[in-house]
Design a protein around this ligand. Structure first.
Ligand SMILES: NC(=O)c1ccc[n+]([C@@H]2O[C@H](COP(=O)([O-])OP(=O)(O)OC[C@H]3O[C@@H](n4cnc5c(N)ncnc54)[C@H](OP(=O)(O)O)[C@@H]3O)[C@@H](O)[C@H]2O)c1
Length: 296
């Protein structure tokens, strides 16, 4: 009897923080039924990834036709908010244009590839928080604008897609998470903003929900899914929470206020979890964060 072909999951951007973690998580869990492949652009740490520039139509087409992935998860892009503000063209070229290219390649070649795009809380205006997946986005930054343009391109294409909006993903390898752990361990005082709110998302939760989404893709009717932690916190609340579980930290945590007239920060970018997450989440925010600290 012929062994059925494994389903191919391609993570485009598997050398980045989210992509790397998802690539190794999925590889370790679903290898019997699926084959997990990935791409990099400038950092190929494990030599297993395929080099791809997502801005180049020909390269992208060659890659997609070579592997004909059943699922293409796009985690490549830039989340450098300052850089996006300074250079809209760059932000567009890396956050928007590749989405158009990938959609066109899938459509033109009539592939059955399901396209899962990673978007962000920054598509919202950050004025009131508690944004639902049904709320109308209104970005205030170039980062958010270029991500929303990408969302709209997929929605208007003929491709089978899901848009995953996540926020402030927390885990080892993440810039903010690593920085704050270092500060809490090594400094006497740590100053953090208390008048800005967000939905920190443990990377373990994001990976668990992505696996569930891949397995249940057909039964998940939503096109836009907010995969975020269930807690709306200020940065100060989050750091207090972390320090409570961190052994050996004696840092004094000082709350500070952002001056919004001089900052690119937004007041409240908190997202409400989508029903898909509420229905599938098995562990609490606290349990995920504790696990992440144990890996430290
Ligand atoms: N991290 C978060 O908290 C968060 C929250 C919500 C949404 N997101 C979204 O998730 C995505 C990934 O975030 P991240 O934190 O993993 O970012 P990251 O660590 O900066 O990773 C970016 C990825 O994009 C790749 N890349 C950059 N330029 C490329 C190009 N020209 N061609 C192909 N690949 C290119 C990088 O490859 P090399 O490293 O090999 O150059 C890397 O794999 C972003 O699009 C962001 O909008 C992230």
């Amino acid at each position: 009897m012929m062994t059925p072909r494994k389903q191919v999951i391609s993570i485009v951007g598997a050398s980045g923080f989210l992509g790397r973690s998802l690539h190794s998580y999925l590889t370790g869990r679903i290898s019997a039924k699926y084959e997990v492949i990935g791409t990099y652009f400038s950092r190929n740490s494990n030599n297993l990834l395929y080099k791809l520039d997502i801005r180049n139509y020909k390269e992208v087409e060659k890659y997609i036709l070579m592997y004909k992935p059943d699922y293409l998860i796009l985690t490549a892009g830039t989340k450098d908010i300052q850089l996006c503000e300074k250079d809209y063209q760059y932000a567009y070229s890396i956050n928007t244009k590749p989405v158009e290219i990938i959609s066109q390649v899938i459509e033109k070649n009539q592939l059955a590839t399901k396209f899962i795009f990673f978007s962000t809380d920054y598509v919202f205006d950050g004025e009131r928080g508690y944004y639902r997946d049904t709320d109308t986005p209104e970005p205030k930054t170039n980062y958010g604008r270029t991500k929303l343009l990408a969302e709209n391109l997929i929605r208007n294409s003929g491709v089978d897609f899901k848009i995953v909006r996540s926020a402030a993903v927390m885990g080892r390898g993440g810039l903010f998470f690593d920085w704050i752990l270092e500060e809490l361990r090594n400094k006497q005082e740590v100053r953090v903003f208390k008048n800005t709110y967000f939905s920190p998302t443990p990377i373990g939760l994001l990976n668990d929900m992505m696996l569930k989404l891949l397995i249940d893709y057909k039964n998940c009717n939503s096109k836009i899914i907010h995969i975020v932690g269930e807690m709306r916190l200020s940065r100060y609340d989050f750091v207090m929470f972390l320090s409570g579980y961190l052994t050996g930290s004696r840092a004094y945590i000082i709350p500070e206020d952002i001056d919004y007239s001089r900052s690119i920060f937004q007041k409240d970018l908190s997202l409400m979890q989508s029903d898909f997450v509420k229905g599938n989440q098995q562990k609490s925010f606290e349990e995920y964060i504790k696990t992440e600290l144990m890996n430290d």
